[in-house]
Write a protein that binds this ligand. Structure first.
Ligand SMILES: [Ca+2]
Ligand SMILES: [Ca+2]
Ligand SMILES: [Ca+2]
Length: 234
């Protein structure tokens, strides 16, 4: 059975410089150098069932001098922000899969001149593999909100990303086994960061739609307990 719901603000945890700006929106960074923030959806989701997540993102009002961007993330543990600056609040988080929306060119990471999208694995932000090849897009630092849709179809192992209703990148990749060692339960979140240059970064959540698998409740309890144990050991 498919469910569609609009999450509420209480469904998320905030970290770093993040704060709530209106009923369904968070500001992850202000126009301030060396800032970073993230939000995480509190409830885990399963990679064994199809889902789509719709958000609105705002990447700031400065193009040439605006940085660094945002990353939509799946991770085994919620409530963490990675390195700021070129790390976009994602670098260093592992195991993880990130969808980066990068608005600042870092030559040593193989960034193209244009704003770009890319799939990033285990907190590695450079574009040095076929999987992480960047897809250039028109300027997104235009002071406007853009719709970001992330879709997962487990039967085809297909992960796709749309911006303003248009598919920009897609991949067929065994996320479950190649990244998460067969653990289907993951968390999702969104990060943003600035460095020597900055921008506003905001995220508003629109819709979460997923199918609830019959076997999830038992698995979820077991995995949540395991994750809690892991978290509390550190
Ligand atoms: Ca820029
Ligand atoms: Ca960059
Ligand atoms: Ca730009």
């Amino acid at each position: 059975m498919a469910y569609t719901q609009r999450p509420t603000i209480e469904d998320f945890t905030m970290s770093g410089d993040t704060y709530e700006i209106e009923d369904y929106c968070f500001r992850l960074t202000d126009e301030k150098d060396y800032a970073s923030g993230s939000i995480w959806y509190r409830k885990p989701i399963s990679l064994s069932v199809p889902f789509s997540i719709e958000l609105s993102i705002m990447l700031g009002c400065q193009d040439e001098t605006g940085a660094d961007g945002m990353v939509f993330m799946f991770a085994a543990q919620p409530n963490r922000t990675g390195y700021r600056g070129e790390g976009i609040g994602f670098a260093g988080l592992s195991p993880s899969l990130g969808i980066e929306i990068d608005t600042w060119r870092n030559y040593h990471l193989n960034d193209p001149a244009e704003d770009h999208l890319a799939f990033l694995i285990n907190g590695q932000v450079g574009h040095f593999s076929e999987m992480s090849a960047p897809t250039p897009i028109p300027n997104l630092e235009d002071c406007r909100r853009h719709k970001l849709t992330v879709r997962w179809k487990p039967d085809q192992q297909r992960l796709s990303v749309e911006i303003d209703g248009k598919e920009i990148v897609a991949t067929n990749y065994d996320l479950l086994n190649r990244i998460f060692q067969g653990n289907e339960i993951v968390y999702w979140g969104v990060s943003a960061a600035t460095g020597r240059y900055n921008n506003f970064h905001e995220v508003c959540f629109d819709r979460l739609s997923y199918r609830t698998p019959r076997h999830l409740p038992s698995l979820r309890m077991k995995d949540v307990r395991k994750l809690w144990a892991m978290n509390n050991e550190r």
